[in-house]
Design a protein around this ligand. Structure first.
Ligand code: GLA
Length: 385
């Protein structure tokens, strides 16, 4: 796949801009557990996957950026001042990365670029983080800024906040920069400390089933979830000033403010506090080689995301229900929710049967098959020869 993409990019680059330039790539992601915990200062446990964004980039000695998106078959040209924001929505991610680099005293000059991607759009696999990370990494490299990798992730996150209207956490941009082949990474989103764990579930596979549902207004619903959490955090903080993030709160502290916050916000917080603990439980279980417990935690997360956080949907609940009925080890909605994929931890011997039955039953009910992606844990942002 990547070779084909590389050839196409090379061809277009030569056609538009001639010689020179360097290739850079970054990845989409999965998350084993720890959903909607990042912006609450909790833990996440993601891994980069073998699909992402590939770009060829060359400084052009001007103050203009000229970019071609092969997937949108569109060209965009913009300057580097705040007033120069491009109108193409995909180009705003690249513009945002340039601006956020400049705001951190990084040097950014004009450049030419052609890029393409193979992260399925709207599947909850973070194609936008892959785009931000590719350009954040490349710009840092070609203009010799020497920024730390964590700063590159933060540049991607601020791009979402300030140029794309999503008040996301740091998980997606972190993992698309820091991802490592065959490793999952547990990140403490409060301290930004992280630890690599070998990804090796012998006898099991991770498979994604993409409902192909994409909800409009997902980003405003996402921002609303974040507001609910901050609202509860503020209420708890009145009694416990040490609480900086919702993840700092003990469950009993949440009960103390039950009458002071809307019921809906209470439910959101109840989910988050449970989820923060589940990530730690999963890491302990992994160290013991206890895959069954990992799977059970995934089901608990699904329940919470569906009933308390309310970011699932009928299609995803159905996929989860089929998994449970077929004794699949673990299954849950993955990523921000409001459509997208379930992530499933399946015993090797059940894998084929599960994918077949889930696809058939889903099609009978919803009129189309889910898409199936096998998870291969791969490297994050990098330069490519
Ligand atoms: C999206 C956001 C992340 C994270 C997840 C939910 O992917 O970009 O920061 O909040 O949703 O875990």
């Amino acid at each position: 796949m990547q070779n084909l993409m590389k050839e196409k990019i090379q061809k277009k680059f030569t056609e538009l801009f001639g010689e020179g330039g360097k290739f850079y790539a970054s990845a989409g992601r999965i998350n084993l557990i720890g959903e909607h915990t990042d912006y609450n200062g909790g833990y996440v446990f993601p891994g980069a996957i073998d699909c992402g964004i590939l770009a060829k980039i060359n400084p052009n000695g001007t103050e203009k950026v000229r970019v071609f998106s092969l997937d949108f078959d569109q060209f965009s040209e913009f300057g580097l001042e705040e007033a120069d924001a491009p109108k193409e929505s995909w180009a705003r991610y690249i513009f945002g990365v340039c601006r956020e680099t400049i705001k951190r005293d990084g040097k950014v000059g004009g450049f030419d670029a052609v890029f393409a991607g193979d992260v399925p759009l709207g599947a909850g696999l973070s194609s936008s983080a892959a785009l931000e990370s590719t350009f954040a990494y490349a710009i840092n490299d070609i203009f010799g800024n020497g920024m730390a990798k964590m700063d590159l992730a933060l540049i991607g996150q601020s791009t979402e906040h300030n140029y794309c209207g999503v008040k996301c956490g740091i998980m997606d941009q972190f993992i698309s920069i820091f991802g490592k082949k065959n490793s999952l990474v547990r990140l403490d989103c409060k301290t930004l400390e992280y630890k690599y764990f070998p990804f090796n579930f012998e006898g099991y596979k991770l498979v994604l089933l993409d409902s192909c549902v994409k909800h409009e207004l997902a980003s405003s619903a996402y921002n609303k979830r974040r507001e609910s959490c901050e609202n509860v955090r503020d209420a708890i903080k009145k009694n416990h000033p040490e609480v900086e993030f919702l993840s700092d709160a003990k469950r009993i502290w949440l009960d103390e403010v039950r009458d002071q916050v809307p019921e809906e916000d209470f439910m959101r917080a109840e989910y988050v506090i449970g989820e923060v603990q589940r990530v730690l439980d999963v890491c302990d279980a992994l160290e013991r080689g206890d895959v069954e417990t990992v799977g059970e935690m995934m089901y608990q997360t699904h329940f919470g995301l569906s009933r308390l956080y309310e970011v699932s949907c009928e299609e995803l609940d159905f996929l989860n229900y089929i998994a449970r009925k077929m004794d699949v080890t673990g299954s849950r909605v993955m990523g921000g929710g409001f459509g997208g994929c379930t992530i499933n931890l399946v015993k090797d011997e059940l894998y084929e049967e599960f994918v077949k039955v889930a696809s058939e039953k889903f099609e009978q009910k919803f009129g189309h098959k889910p898409k199936v992606y096998d998870v291969i844990i791969s490297d994050g942002a990098r330069a490519i020869d």
